[in-house]
Design a protein around this ligand. Sequence first.
Ligand SMILES: Cc1cc2nc3c(=O)[nH]c(=O)nc-3n(C[C@H](O)[C@H](O)[C@H](O)COP(=O)(O)OP(=O)(O)OC[C@H]3O[C@@H](n4cnc5c(N)ncnc54)[C@H](O)[C@@H]3O)c2cc1C
Length: 494
Amino acid sequence: MTALPHTETGPGTGTATGSTTGLRTGADYRAALDDGRDVRVDGERVTGSVADHPAFAGVVATMAGLYDAAHEAGSPVVDPDSGQLSMFTVPRTRAQHDLRKVGLEAWSGAAHGFIGRGPDHVAGLLAGFAGAAHLFDTEDHQQGAAVVALREEAAAKGLWITNSIVPPQQNRNDPTSRVTPTHLVEETSEGIVVHGAQMLGTGAAVADEIFVTSVRPLSPTESEKALSFVVPVSAPGLRLLCRRPYATAGAPFDYPLSHRFDETDAMVVMDHVLVPWDRVLAVGEVDVVNRQFFGTGAHQIGNFQSIVRLGAKLRFLTGVASLVAKANGRDTDPGVRAQLADLATVQTISQSLTESAHQFAEADADGVIRPAGQYLYAALGMQTDVYPKAVRMLGELVGGGVIQVPSSVADFDDPDQVAAMDVVMGSDEVPVDERVKLFKLAWELVGSEFAGRHVQYERFYSGAPPVVKMHAFRHYPFGDVERLAQGFLDSYGV
Ligand SMILES: Cc1cc2nc3c(=O)[nH]c(=O)nc-3n(C[C@H](O)[C@H](O)[C@H](O)COP(=O)(O)OP(=O)(O)OC[C@H]3O[C@@H](n4cnc5c(N)ncnc54)[C@H](O)[C@@H]3O)c2cc1C
């Protein structure tokens, strides 16, 4: 392949369009989803656009709203220099680094952290890859220019690229297993042909494209799995097998979070899918695939979104906890205040780590500013424990109040039922419907299927907990603290 010149913008030199020309609107996003993609849910292939299907319409409306809001003057998610979504910017200056954070906070805050793999997640990975595009140029394949162009295109349009970066879970000791992780079939003049499955693509059903690779380090013998590419969801041969949708669980009043934020998860199955060269980052080269996340700033920049997003979720959860305490008149009780303080402490620690990761960020050898690993990975490592803990704390606080609610909003249509509810929870201070609304929201955090999925999500957000904690281990300055301890030991003898 011929090497194309890299055109990544250098330090502080934005393309300075000063407008959002090219950035899609909500209507553009919705239109793009009507592309004949093969999405399977509840025993059927979705016919028509996923944007109109009840399983996906809610989250599509949420995302469309975010795209539209990005067009408002002074939008916090737009880099004024480039007119592009700031989360796609390769952070080479402190100002760009700061803008990324502001943009991530705005989108995470708008979705209260419940959209984990929105456009803002892979945007950070692409920024990291493009910032060190030379890594993708080897003797056999010169894909660096394609990496740069991919980031540029995704940033200009604000594409939603989600990721699917682990193979299906399987019993590796089962000789009869037919599980087929994604692998290369052949390289052609048009691109690469890939076949097999990836474990999950969160958001894939409503995204534009999927980034597929292996985040698990590969051994030298696994060159056929050494792939890194981005593929449109509508590519012929690509099928999504969705898990149960939660948005269809009931009325928006009864399942307010499911309705707006069920980003959906799907197994990704590829049957001889052709990926054009301009969407290929790496093929057949174990070394490139193994170094793409950590030899570039991608893992750190991409996962900064993870911890900003978790912070938004914890703030929201703490807010609900405080409202519940007030609704039950327990907010002045010292025991309940201690419970709320514990929750607030969890949220504050998470926020402090995020602020530190941002504050102590440093430029790497490519001049790309990476959030500080020590704090970033401490936050990621805690995520797996912290969110389930926060949910447990809220669960303890809400007691049976989340069950002491009518079966659905339809009960409010019957005056007889409303009168009966009044006996259980009537008050002049808090109308029955307001109380039911609050406790149904709390159930979406502690008990609904949406709630359970989010606990599992946070546990495995960045991989299996022991793997994530290894990143935290690697980035902690153990040498410094050992010297402290050793210095003390050396100060005395037998
Ligand atoms: C709701 C949800 C959404 C997801 N969305 C996505 C997505 O969008 N994209 C994507 O790529 N993936 C996604 N995933 C998958 C996620 O990346 C994986 O769950 C994660 O990488 C762990 O892999 P696994 O599930 O196969 O668990 P396993 O690797 O089987 O881990 C399960 C357990 O095995 C043990 N274990 C595993 N490895 C080790 C080790 N090295 N040392 C010690 N013990 C170990 C631990 O007890 C661990 O908790 C999602 C998962 C969930 C739950």
